[in-house]
Design a protein around this ligand. Structure first.
Ligand code: SF4
Length: 161
């Protein structure tokens, strides 16, 4: 009986999310992806702060999926590679292999200040360099860590939705 009441309430309430602002210009490299991108994520050595925000970006609150971005488990299914952290010596090889396993156009989104210039881990033991030293970066999302809304905005810049 409770399920019937809950279902009735859901139907009566409808969708309560605020409409999103219009998406900005689409990255030219992503123009052929028809508003939908499959995303493979690699943590190349982050403190996991960026991962928490990425998790929020795909949560029901920020809901990146409603803008056409979806996380996938295999680089072979991915159009987009998101990368966090300074690249550690141990992760440089796996990051390069992940990139090489992706089909074209292989768009790389570096998330967080560490991904750009190693941030607070610059010159640290075991750090090999920023993400752009290992794979070509197309988009950078600044912040330590960046807010989920900024991550979603970057992904919308690939889907246009
Ligand atoms: S940018 Fe900040 S939150 Fe992200 S991995 Fe670096 S230190 Fe952690």
């Amino acid at each position: 009986m409770a399920v019937v009441g809950l279902t009735r309430k859901i139907l009566k309430t409808g969708r309560v999310a605020e409409p999103a602002a219009r998406a900005g210009e689409v990255l030219p490299k992503a123009a052929g992806l028809s508003g939908s991108v499959q995303v493979r994520h690699v943590d190349a050595g982050s403190c996991n702060g960026c991962e928490i925000e990425i998790g929020q970006a795909f949560s029901p609150v920020y809901d990146a999926e409603r803008h056409g971005a979806r996380l996938v488990a295999s680089p072979r299914h991915a159009d987009v590679l998101t990368v966090t952290g300074p690249v550690t010596v141990n992760m440089a090889g796996p990051l390069r292999k992940t990139f090489e396993a992706m089909p074209e156009p292989r768009i790389v989104v570096a998330i967080g200040d560490c991904a750009k210039d190693c941030g607070m881990f610059a010159a640290g033991h075991g750090v090999t360099g920023p993400v752009s030293d290992v794979v070509p970066v197309d988009v950078h999302v600044a912040g330590c860590p960046p807010e989920p809304a900024r991550i979603v905005a970057a992904l919308r810049g690939l889907t246009g939705r």
